[in-house]
Design a protein around this ligand. Structure first.
Ligand code: AMP
Length: 216
């Protein structure tokens, strides 16, 4: 059973690769962004507290997101099938929390995968991203537009853009990535568990590079 962390800037395709890996190999896909958006959508107390932060592209406090991950990683499905963390850790203190948490749980981190794509493509992937509000299919107005603008090819559902995918917020998210998350590359390189993957190709090519890198 293997446990992975997917690292890389917003828009690099971590979520897509994580969903594909989880479907093929069964690892539990844990996306802190999805967990936080679910809290926002459900209008919980926590959701209200983090709403302006998430929608503006800022980072939620380390202790809060660390606690969410601690609760999730201790569940039996994760212990049985292995995990795939997407969007966590995002700061050095979060990485330190994860290291301590894994020691407590007696789990070993198999590999940290860093996905890399140039900045211009990242911006287009994020600003052009659209999701079907019914079936969650993903489109991109630059690279893979829906046949009918604003409407899902699969289920006719309405396509929506994430509130944090506007150009201004995307620039903010990328700046935060370089400032706060990029130092994790050195953190995991020192532990000799970092693997780099070119994320600029098609999904199928990227996934096959990932499988090769992980020898799975
Ligand atoms: P994502 O879907 O990974 O791009 O995350 C969306 C937003 O959720 C981020 O811009 C942050 O506001 C918040 N978020 C997700 N993961 C974390 C994390 N590990 N630490 C702090 N904030 C996070």
């Amino acid at each position: 059973m293997a446990n992975y962390v997917f690292l890389g800037p917003p828009g690099v395709g971590k979520g897509t690769m994580a969903a594909m890996l989880s479907e093929s190999y069964g690892n539990v896909h844990i996306s802190t962004g999805d967990i936080l958006r679910a809290e926002l959508g459900a209008g919980t107390e926590l959701g209200k507290r983090i709403s302006s932060c998430v929608q503006g592209g800022g980072l939620v406090p380390d202790a809060l997101v660390g606690e969410l991950v601690r609760q999730r990683l201790g569940k039996t499905d994760v212990l049985a099938a292995g995990f795939l963390l997407d969007g966590f850790p995002r700061t050095v203190p979060q990485a330190e929390m994860l290291t301590a948490l894994l020691v407590d749980l007696g789990i070993e981190l198999s590999r940290v995968v860093l996905f890399e794509v140039d900045e211009e493509m990242l911006i287009k992937r994020l600003v052009g991203r659209q999701l079907c509000s019914d079936c969650s299919a993903i489109y991109n107005t630059f690279f893979s537009p829906a046949a009918r603008p604003g409407q899902c090819d699969i289920c006719d559902g309405t396509l929506v853009t994430r509130k944090d995918d506007t150009l201004e917020t995307v620039r903010n998210r990328l700046a935060i990535y370089w400032e706060q998350t990029a130092p994790l590359v050195g953190y995991y390189e020192q532990q000799s568990i970092l693997t780099r993957i070119d994320g600029s190709q098609t999904k199928a090519v990227n996934f096959s590079a990932l499988q090769q890198a992980l020898s799975i």
